[in-house]
Design a protein around this ligand. Structure first.
Ligand code: AMP
Ligand code: GLY
Length: 421
């Protein structure tokens, strides 16, 4: 079989590596992929948002199955376009990807169907948002409606900060059209858990839970990033909480999307907060999380292509999806300065003996040499019987990788280990 994977980061590298375990796959094309995954896939320089070019490529290469991984192409309708050419896909259609593409949509969906989430109000006029904030409690959370590269959420500690955030989104348009509408929402507290789930609209199969580390610096300090590391499973996510989430969040979300005529097929990501009043949804993503995927998929025992095809064919309830009873830790190595400005183009060495544990997010081949090309450069993942061993294993991998200006958090997994005790 010939496969196509749309996207080019660490998440896509993890998906490709897992898919490759299936012996029926003869070739995988990554659009655009990156130089660091060139040994695992044929990378083709087509932008993940160029739906016409992706579709034309898939038709020309007679692709048997396509996986669309990032949010942008999903929201833009890549799956709809590929399906229209008869190519089976993994990923939601545009009418379902809106669950991530519009925060106003997802908040209204949760309200309509009684799915627990933070209280909120929606505004499309700046003056009304500012007036509302006069009496709103702080801290408060301001969210741009549309996709904003993971940066469209501002936790404001004071009213002034909240008003500044509203002005920057609605007046200065720092997130472009994504800020035409905003959500102002109640500030929740509690440990965060990421749960990715396979769903075909009929069955909901949660994967092993995980914990992201979003801030750039140790001790959860510094700027928000795309994610600096992950561990799985998340020790806060007990069997009891998992059952409650299934009953009050996962199945109701699947049923709500069906009832709206927007059946969601693919990987649905639940960003949850375990509040004193029970688990609540912080956000939905219409795709695998990054870097959650770099710990969740290595723990998947079952064949990924078989699971994905069952989602496509709506036969998910007929197969078993099994996870290893181990722990995983992924430490992200980034370019110094990320998520603000950083230098790139530094040679990157990944020893062969650990290459299978490394997911490359931002590298390119220049004059035959692999060099850094992004903020997040790679993730190193270790699996072990205990979380403690997985964490130390991941840091041992990191020590074996070198590039100039590398930076990484030294406390990935620390919070999880503390919560475990
Ligand atoms: P996002 O950029 O959408 O992944 O969200 C960024 C982070 O903002 C989340 O991981 C939470 O830590 C935080 N956050 C979002 N909404 C809320 C909320 N209502 N209360 C507290 N924290 C929140
Ligand atoms: N790690 C969170 C995300 O993928 O958006």
């Amino acid at each position: 079989m010939k496969l196509l994977v749309v996207g080019g980061g660490g998440r896509e590298h993890a998906i490709i590596k897992k898919l490759k375990e299936n012996p029926t796959i003869t070739e995988i094309f990554a659009l655009p992929g990156n130089g660091g995954m060139a040994k695992d896939a044929t990378c083709v320089a087509i932008d993940a948002k160029n739906i016409d070019a992706i579709t034309a490529f898939a038709v020309e290469k007679q692709i048997d199955y396509a996986v669309v991984a990032p949010d942008d192409p999903l929201v833009l309708g890549a799956v709809d376009a590929l399906e229209a050419k008869g190519i089976p896909c993994f990923g939601p259609r545009a009418n379902a990807a809106i669950i991530e593409g519009s925060k106003v949509f997802s908040k209204n969906l949760m309200k309509k169907y009684g799915i627990p989430t933070a209280e909120y109000a929606v505004f499309n006029k700046m003056e009304e948002a500012l007036a509302y904030l006069e009496n709103a409690p702080v801290p408060t959370v301001i969210k741009a409606d549309g996709l904003a590269l993971g940066k469209g959420v501002i936790i404001a500690q004071t009213r002034e900060e909240a008003m500044d955030a509203v002005r920057s989104m609605m007046q200065d348009k720092v997130f472009g059209k994504s800020g035409d509408q905003i959500v102002i929402e109640e500030f929740l507290t509690g440990p965060e858990v990421s749960v990715l789930a396979f769903t075909d609209g009929k069955a909901m199969v949660p994967m092993v839970s995980s914990m992201d580390h979003k801030r750039a610096g140790d001790g959860d300090t510094g700027l928000n990033t795309g994610g600096m590391g992950t561990v799985a499973p998340n020790p806060c996510y007990t069997d009891e909480i998992a059952e409650e989430c299934m009953r009050s969040i996962f199945l109701p979300t699947m049923n709500a999307m069906n009832a709206e005529g927007r059946t969601f097929k693919g990987c649905l990501y639940f960003g949850l907060m375990l509040t004193p009043k029970g688990p609540k949804v912080i956000e939905y993503n219409c795709r695998f999380g990054d870097p959650e995927t770099q710990v969740v998929l290595p723990l998947l025992e079952s064949d990924l292509l078989t699971v994905m095809q069952a989602v496509t064919n709506e036969t998910l309830s007929q197969i078993e999806v099994v996870f290893k009873k181990e722990s995983a830790c992924c430490v992200i190595m980034a370019s110094k300065g990320y998520p603000s400005s950083y230098e790139k183009g530094f040679p990157l060495q990944i020893p062969d003996e650990i290459a299978s544990n490394v997911y490359v997010a931002g590298a390119t081949i220049k004059d035959g040499v692999l060099v850094t090309s992004g903020g997040r450069v790679l993730g190193a993942t270790a699996l072990a019987p205990t979380l403690e061993e997985a964490v130390s294993g991941a840091y041992k991998l990191v020590e074996k990788i070198s590039f100039d200006n590398a930076f990484y958090r030294s406390d990935i997994g620390k919070k999880a280990l503390m919560l475990k005790r």
